[in-house]
Design a protein around this ligand. Structure first.
Ligand code: SF4
Length: 222
């Protein structure tokens, strides 16, 4: 269920009125790290981890709620929990793939028996601390896999991406999918190389070269 419970009449950064605060509840069907990515040609791909995204299926349909790493640490949300809270509709969506952010009043309403380790892949164990994701780094993940087989996996990620198109002057935005999981995961596929456009230049191709930089410190099973 998602219900508008209050309004913030102050304008946002773009001068537009904010939408109302929403109360939501539902079953958690996926918990993935929340991040945004900065790209500059194939010289740089920086992942900034900001917390977690909860995929919620409630009476009012599906929604994605962004929470902080501290909120996840305190409440220990797991797949299959029924959760509830409040949030504000994301404005613009340059940094968030979520529908709601600034989450508050969070609680676990019901928690099924989760003593059995369900193995993987996809990996659905206890969600690690955000610092573990930072240390691991990630590889590009095929978008269709992210949407299907990898969706419940705690290592899967979809990020908003900011591309430095004309350095310091113009940026472009899109979404991309990544995997923080073990390199030996049998489900893994990198997908198509990704073009990184730059003004008046032939687009660079990220074909996994940056993945090696970001995860080169990890072994095959790590
Ligand atoms: S490819 Fe990555 S996201 Fe997908 S199941 Fe394997 S570890 Fe999880």
């Amino acid at each position: 269920m998602a219900t508008v419970i209050s309004h913030d009449f102050s304008p946002d950064a773009a001068g537009c009125p904010r939408a109302g605060k929403v109360r939501w509840s539902g079953v958690i069907t996926a918990i993935q790290p929340r991040a945004w990515v900065w790209r500059y040609k194939t010289d740089n791909r920086t992942h900034t981890l900001t917390g977690f995204n909860l995929w919620i299926e409630g009476d009012a349909g599906k929604m994605v709620v962004a929470i902080s790493a501290l909120q996840q640490q305190k409440l220990g949300f797991r797949l299959g929990d029924t959760a509830a809270g409040t949030g504000w509709p994301v404005q613009g969506g340059k940094r968030e793939i979520a529908d709601l952010y600034r989450a508050g009043d969070l609680k676990v309403v019901a928690q099924p028996d989760q003593s059995a380790d369900r193995g993987g892949p996809p990996f659905v164990d206890i969600i690690p601390d955000i610092e573990i994701y930072r240390q691991r780094g990630c590889r590009m993940l095929d978008t269709k896999l992210w949407r299907t087989a990898c969706m419940p996996c705690m290592w899967a990620n979809k990020s908003r991406v900011e591309i430095e198109y004309d350095f310091g002057k113009t940026k472009r935005y899109r979404s991309e999918t990544f995997c923080y999981g073990p390199k030996s995961c049998a489900k893994y596929s990198i997908g198509e190389p990704r073009e990184v456009p730059y003004k008046d230049s032939w687009p660079s191709q990220d074909d996994g070269c940056l993945d090696s930089c970001l995860t080169g410190h990890r072994g095959e099973d790590d």
